[in-house]
Design a protein around this ligand. Structure first.
Ligand code: ATP
Length: 234
């Protein structure tokens, strides 16, 4: 499998504070990688850097073989990198369908359409005329993922799908991820929730205080190892 995303030894700083220390990761085309870490480990910082909202102070982000470290965020969207941010950012005054259409602005050609999103999240088809402000957290999360898919991304970055949602709602949303991968969309999900992330991922990478502490194919790492890495237990 060819490497779609290569993050090579990036440092990311907020002023004097270094949030990421030499993080390296790769995601092959068609694969699902879960980056797991506790609150404050640096997961959102990592996704923002891949999406172009933050610049690394050292290292490189390569997408489809070329360096995008200096490419602005809006151009990365056109190249096929879509971020579903923490907090979802749904437009409250727009309907579900209008929110999805926002994601289609300047889209790349590809398998995703309103119908494909509705097939993946049947709930959204039922809610198509409901305004964003009247959606539950889980419905907003599904809308946010659908909106990102509407740009036809080659790489979908999902920030903390589970945050603030009831376990049953989280499970529903995670159930859609294999269908997304089957359409050829590569997925990088960051999570605090081990259980769901381990279910969908082909590979896992654990970060602790901005450093990689464990990585491997899901078949190679045990839940106990992931848990120990998560809490920083040697
Ligand atoms: P969370 O689950 O809380 O989002 P996270 O793993 O995504 O955690 P980040 O949000 O990437 O972690 O934060 C990594 C570190 O960087 C934390 O110590 C955090 O306090 C710090 N940090 C994040 N954003 C900023 C900022 N804008 N300015 C200064 N420090 C920041």
């Amino acid at each position: 499998m060819s490497k779609l995303l290569e993050v090579d030894a990036i440092d990311v700083d907020y002023g004097d504070f270094r949030a990421l220390h030499g993080i390296t990761l790769t995601v092959a085309e068609g694969e699902t990688l879960a980056v797991i870490g506790a609150n404050g480990a640096g997961k959102s910082t990592l996704l923002k850097t891949i999406a172009g909202l933050l610049r690394p102070s050292a290292g490189q982000v390569r997408f489809d073989g070329h360096d995008v470290s200096r490419t602005p965020a809006h151009r990365r969207v056109r190249e096929g990198i879509a971020l579903t941010p923490e907090g979802r950012r749904i437009f409250g005054s727009l309907t579900v369908e209008e929110n999805l259409e926002v994601g289609a602005h300047g889209r790349r050609p590809g398998p995703w359409s309103l119908q494909a999103v509705y097939d993946t999240f049947p709930l959204l088809a039922e809610l198509r005329t409901r305004r964003g402000a009247h959606l539950s957290g889980g419905e907003q999360q599904a809308t946010a993922i659908g909106r990102a898919l509407m740009s036809n991304p080659r790489l979908l970055l999902l920030d903390e799908v589970s945050l603030g949602l009831a376990p049953v709602v989280v499970a529903d949303i995670y159930q859609a991820l294999p269908a997304i991968a089957e359409k050829g969309t590569t997925v990088l999900v960051v999570e605090q929730d081990l259980t769901q992330a381990l279910t969908v991922a082909d590979r896992v990478q654990c970060i602790l205080e901005g450093r990689t502490v464990l990585e491997g194919a899901k078949s190679e790492v045990t839940r106990e190892q992931v848990q120990a890495a998560y809490f920083g237990i040697d």
